[in-house]
Write a new protein. Structure first.
Ligand code: IPM
Ligand code: MN
Length: 371
């Protein structure tokens, strides 16, 4: 029996998560385990009616789970940033989910916009740092002179600093990125282990030629960590260049480790080359705590409740969840069943089909039951 927390969230979140649950339950039936789901009402609706984003009580309850299955956040009635920072990022930070694992893999039968590339060419994993960098949420806007006090509270450390700003510009804004030695070390070590289990190649992403302090530290830590992995082939890539290589030569990548913000950007590109956002999944992982699995796309409010959204990214995230809780065979079966669904053209409109969200979930669940 595995207990899993469920946060459907906003927009299409609840309906795609329901399909994911259907498929994971089928995997449980076939591979001999039960999933005890516990649903949490967290998202825009609750925020609009009670003003609550993520409460102490939510955190208390969620901390009893090893895995959270998460749909999406974002709602047109709420200004951008409120739900994203107040729920999604708050969960990632609170549970110290310092790894954001994003497989970029072209499945058989899925078209890629990259001419001449096949599933053999597009199969790598992005390991995105998930708690630091420009995501620490430190910044300000001002006219004239002002003093700012900032605090960053993490499991690893507390950082507190003040800034006295005097300026005669009409208005300025600043945002601070922070990387810590231990924050970089732990995610780079994880990426090394990951590469060891794959094709033994690791690429580090940064912009150390311009942002010399933050990414200078990142590079230094990378060099130190990989020196303990002589079996790996390693390289550095600047973030601008890697976007070019993802398009031109995706086959050269195996594991790519990246600071948070660049990871956000390059994984949307990764999603496109693997067939679109409808297929891209991610895991927010704390190896010794509460992890969270989600599609990397947003809540697509326009399509809410229409039963047309593609549930495959969420189902793929479910496969990552199963793997994380030790159900490796079931996880692989879910991916195979997705493959069948694609081969049999049981796909939603974004993938050129005419199936509804629930048809796709039903079909993949049936394929999983067959084994
Ligand atoms: C993602 C999303 C989030 C991010 C947003 C919604 C905060 O774009 O998971 O990639 O920037 O990390
Ligand atoms: Mn993103």
């Amino acid at each position: 029996m595995h207990r899993v927390a469920v946060i459907g969230g906003d927009g299409i979140g609840p309906e795609i998560i329901a399909e994911g649950q259907k498929v994971l339950d089928a995997a449980g039936e076939r591979y001999g385990f039960d999933i005890g789901w516990e649903t949490f009402d967290i998202g825009a609706d609750r925020y609009l009616s009670t003003g609550q984003l993520l409460t102490e009580e939510d955190i208390q309850e969620l901390s009893r789970f090893r895995a959270i299955y998460f749909g999406a956040v974002g709602d047109e009635r709420v200004s951008p940033g409120i739900l994203e920072k107040g729920i999604l990022l708050a969960l990632r930070f609170h549970f110290d989910q310092y790894i954001n694992l994003r497989p970029v893999r072209l499945l058989e039968g899925v078209p890629t916009p990259l001419a001449g590339k096949t599933p053999r060419d597009i199969d790598f994993v992005v390991v995105r740092e998930n708690t630091e960098d420009f995501y620490v949420g430190v910044g300000g806007r001002m006219k004239g002179s002002k003093r700012f006090e900032h605090q960053i509270v993490r499991n690893l450390y507390h950082v507190r600093f003040g800034l006295d700003i005097e300026s005669d510009a009409e208005e300025i804004a600043y945002q601070i990125g922070l990387i810590s030695r231990e924050g970089a070390r732990r995610v780079i070590s994880y990426a090394c282990e990951c590469a060891r289990e794959r094709r033994k190649k690791l690429t580090s992403v940064d912009k150390a030629n311009v942002l010399t302090d933050v990414y200078g530290l990142w590079r230094e830590v990378f060099s130190g960590v990989v020196s303990r992995y002589p079996d790996l082939t390693t390289e550095f890539a600047y973030v601008d260049a890697i976007t070019m290589w993802f398009v031109k030569n995706p086959e050269v990548f195996d594991v790519v480790v990246t600071p948070n913000m660049f990871g956000d950007i390059i994984t949307d590109l990764g999603a496109m080359i693997q067939g679109g956002l409808g297929l891209a999944a991610g895991g927010n992982i704390n190896p010794s705590g509460t992890s969270m699995f989600e599609p990397i796309h947003g809540s697509a409010p326009k399509y809410k409740g229409m039963n047309t959204a593609n549930p495959m990214a969420t189902i793929w995230a479910g496969a990552l969840l199963l793997r994380h809780i030790g159900e490796k065979e079931a996880s692989e079966a879910v991916l195979r069943a997705m493959g069948r669904s694609i081969a049999d053209r049981v796909v939603t409109r974004d993938m050129g089909g005419s199936c509804r969200t629930s048809d796709v979930g039903d079909y993949i669940a049936a394929m999983v039951r067959k084994g």
